[in-house]
Design a protein around this ligand. Structure first.
Ligand code: INI
Length: 168
């Protein structure tokens, strides 16, 4: 294997998938398409607890639909009570443009909230063309996007600690 000095001199900062002691998480979940979203919640809790989160340090807040997720994520993030948040919802295309508006606004709202508050927010909001596609992503053949979003939050929380240790 060749040796590249420029690589060995570089600094790498990474998060890992170990939940730091006493980390607090919030899940914010839409009740719309509840059959799918409850599976996403299960996946997210599974990911968090399997990687060391304490169940009594996970708070789940349910809102009417995905439209309402960003405002509650913002409130929880600004409360400074949570190290990471997982947003969970299922926006499924119907016959009207409603889907486009809800999907676009939840996406933009969560991105803006994460940038403003600097609290990691995992994006576990499905935007699918059909109920079948949503079910596939909620614990069946295409995995569980709630689990995946929670894993990303664990990594970001850990990365935040590593960046802090490095003085950034
Ligand atoms: N909310 C969803 O989470 N998923 C959807 O598919 C959906 N559709 O298609 O209408 C949806 N609508 C409700 C919306 O999120 C709000 O709760 C509602 O408009 C009240 O503000």
């Amino acid at each position: 294997m060749s040796h590249d000095p420029s690589m060995s001199d570089s600094t790498n900062i990474n998060g890992n998938l170990v939940v730091p002691e006493s980390t607090r998480f919030a899940l914010v979940a839409g009740r719309f398409n509840t059959f799918v979203v409850e599976r996403l919640i299960e996946g997210a809790v599974d990911a968090l607890t399997r990687h060391g989160a304490k169940a009594d340090r996970i708070v789940t807040v349910r809102v009417p639909g995905s439209w309402e997720i960003p405002v509650v994520c913002g409130r929880l993030a600004r409360s400074k009570q949570f190290d990471g948040i997982v947003a969970l919802g299922a926006v499924i295309r119907g016959g009207t443009p409603h889907f486009e508006y809800v999907a676009a606004e939840v996406t933009k709202g969560l991105a803006a909230t994460m940038l403003e508050t600097q609290v990691p927010i995992g994006f576990g909001v499905l935007t699918t063309d059909s109920i079948e596609q949503a079910i596939e992503r909620a614990g069946t053949k295409a995995g569980n996007k709630g689990f995946d979003a929670a894993m990303a939050v664990i990594e970001m929380v850990s990365l935040g600690c590593a960046l802090g240790t490095a003085g950034y």
